[in-house]
Structures are given as structure tokens and as C-alpha cells.
Design a protein around this ligand. Sequence first.
Ligand code: C2E
Ligand code: MG
Ligand code: MG
Length: 452
Amino acid sequence: MKTAGRPVPQVSQNELQAMAYRDPLTGLGNRYRLRDKVRLIAAERADDPAPFTIGIVNLDGFKPINDLFGSQAGDDILCQVAHRLKACIPDGATVTRHDGDEFAFLLPLVFEKTSAERLGQMIKEVLSAPYDLGDRNVRLSASFGFAVYPFAGEEFEELLKSAETALYRSKRRGRGQITVYSREIAQEMKRSTQLEQALRNAIIADSVEVHFQPIVRIRDASVVGFEALARWNDADLGFVSPAVFVPLAEERGFIDALSDTLLRKAAEAALSWPRELFLSFNLSSAQLMDPGTAATILATLGRVGLDPARLELEITETAVMTSADTAERIIAELRQSGVRISLDDFGTGQSSLGRLRDFTFDKVKIDRAFISRITTDRASEHIVKAIIAMCDGLDLQVVAEGIEEWADAEKLKTLGCAMGQGYYYGRPVDAAATLRYLQTHHRDFMPAQETA
Ligand code: C2E
Ligand code: MG
Ligand code: MG
């Protein structure tokens, strides 16, 4: 083929070079641009190794928006993000776009964690304003990971990997989080991944157990129910507290599987207790955001054969706050089936009194923090007194948590607190030991000659 007549459009070496460094959608530089800039600044600062920072930002929930409104809308948003980032980054900084909804910056004048966090906060606010899609507006939050040179890596690849680790941690913690890489964070990520694997295996092997702690009527110390508390003893990791592994299961998205196993085991154990004793079971906050929770719980009870009227679910104020509408629906559905709801750790959450009015609860559990100081600290005593009076007025039952001493119990008795729980009455023990506890502490379990 002859081309001599008409000249083929020539792309100059410079233009080719520019294309290789440019993201065609947004016009920003791409990963190679960031790499070169980082290498350049590292070389410039070789003699005077002043720190600088790179950051990655990833939009939260971008994919569903792309799927829902189409890729044109998605592209529009990405261009608007690029525009905002360019406008708000400090002078001398570079912003690039990597894959999909991931952008990065090089910040030559950010030297340490606090400045990185402050800048992240500012960019986060800029990105949180609504995006105009012509016929509608959408809002998105963004997660951030920062890495400071040379602590987080001396080579570009290592530095970027550190920023990705920090971003990954932000994503794991929910939306709109900002993390600056540190060795501790890397260690923590590694440990929790090991823990996650071990816990997933333990659930499959059915080796996460439930212990039970008595809840008593303070007046005569008679047992009225038990709280189920998760227990996990790993062969390698040893004893792991539920305060560690429950939040981990929430964060890594398998709290349903864990909670299901625990509820099944707890309900099976409760079948051998006297019928009037209730089972109190902790629900995690993630479960109160999942509209399927009520159905799952009722199905488990149905399979085991435990009457829903014997179940109480403990939820926290924070859990109720995070997703109020869904939580309200779940609570209503469960209460309709006869399940009762207790507000756990009362007094430590974000809101207190307003929640008591807006939500329908049956019981309030006063947090251990107040009970442990009730005999030594007048303020704690007054707070407990006020909570009890308020619950009386609102027709709510009250349980004091964390009763460790005889004197605590006596004080609570004089304050008119009906129920209590704590080491003074009994520590959490396994199902078999719970039956032995009932033999000595519950009239229905008394040997015949003693009751006669
Ligand atoms: P929580 O629901 O407030 O449970 C009470 C915690 O206080 C338990 O800790 C219990 O062992 C401890 N405790 C009870 N009496 C006393 C006392 O007199 N003194 C002291 N110092 N502590 C006392 P545990 O078992 O380590 O559980 C910690 C938290 O983990 C629980 O707090 C609950 O939020 C969560 N958790 C435990 N099991 C489950 C579960 O099956 N599902 C969910 N979602 N969360 C659970
Ligand atoms: Mg509890
Ligand atoms: Mg509690």
C-alpha cells in the first residue's frame, strides 16, 4: 500500500510519552506519572532526606452507583472527583488516577502523620459534597491511606504498598476513614488477618463455645436467667476475648455465621433449664443493620425448639444509633414474636435518654463502670439511683452489671435495683457447669430430700 501521497498523521515521541503517562478519562497523570514524580523527589532529597507523603483515596460505594446509574454516570463522577482533587490539593502536589475509583497524590510538603490526617480530612470533606449527574445528585464518601517517606518505604513500590495497607485498614473500619501507615498498623493488620483465618476455621469446626453467667433477683439472689457469652480458645493463639473476636467478625463480614452458631448452642443449652429462666444473648451492631436478622434469629430458635418468649437480646446504644430505621424494624419484628430487648452497657453510649423514649425496650443493663464504684464514689451512686428511678417511671426492668462484692449488692438492694449480674453471684461457666450451678441455686433443681 502506498502512503506517499497523503502523510500518515505522525504522533511525536513527546505525544506518545505524554499518552503513556496520562489517564484518558480524567486527564490526570497515571500510576507511571506518580512513580516518576516520587523517584524524582526522592532523588532530589537524597542528600537531605526530608520526608514527603503519598496518599491513596478510594471512593466508598462507587461500584453500586456505577451499576445502578450506568458507566456514563460513573465516568462523570470520576471526572468531577478529579476536578475537585486538582482544585484542593496544596501547591506543588500531584494528583493521579490509578484503577477505577482510586486516585493518588504526592505531597512534597507533608512531613508527618498529623499533617497527612489533616489534609485527608480536608479532601474528604471536599469529596463528600453531592455530585451532579444532571437529573440527580449522588453523595459518596472516601477512604484514605497515607505513607510517609522514607519511614514507610524508600522505593516507590514499597511506599505505594504501605499506602495501600493503610487504605485497606481504612476500608476495613468502615466508610470515610483515614489511616497513616506505621509499622504497628502493618503488624496489627497481619495479626488480625491471622486471627480472622483462625476464627473462620473455628466456626467451621464448631469449636467456638458459649458460657453462661447467672442474672439474679437481688432481693434473694435467686437466678432468673443467664447471659450467654462467647468463648474461644485457639490451639495456637490461646484464649481470645470476645471483645476482640466479635468486632473482628463484624469487620470482616462473618458475624452472621458466628452469631448463628452461638445462638444455636446457647438455645440448645437453655432447653435443659427450668422453663421460667430466660436466655440473654448479645447482638452485635452489624446485625442491627442487616434487615434479615430477625428472621435468622427466629429460624434458629424454631430449629432448636426454644420459645422466643424465653429469649432476650442485648443491644447497645451505639448499635441502635448507627442504623436507626433498620434497627427499629428488627426490634419491632422480634418483639412481635415475644422476644424481649435489653439495652446493654447503659450509660456508656453516645446518647441515652432520648433513645429510651424513641425505642421500645424491655430492660436496661447499667454498665459495670458505675456499679464497680457504687460504694466508693458518690457520683456513681447518684447516677445509678437516677437510672433506677427513671426505669421505674418508664416501666423498664433494671439489671446492674458487674457486681463483684457483697457490699455492691447490699447498696443496690437499698437503691431498689431489682436484678443483678456479676462475679459475686457467679462467673460465666460452660453449659455443664451451668447445670451444676442450677442444682445448687434453683429450687426446681434441688434434690428431692432437701426440698421436702
Ligand atoms: P457484655 O455483654 O457487657 O458482657 C459482660 C461482660 O462483663 C462479659 O465479658 C463478662 O464476663 C464480664 N463480667 C461479668 N460480670 C463481671 C464482674 O463482676 N466483673 C468484671 N470485671 N467483669 C464481669 P466478656 O465475656 O469478656 O464479654 C465482653 C463483651 O463481648 C460482652 O460485653 C459483649 O459485648 C461481647 N460478647 C460476648 N459474647 C458475645 C456474643 O455471643 N455475641 C456478641 N455479639 N457479643 C458478645
Ligand atoms: Mg451483654
Ligand atoms: Mg454489658
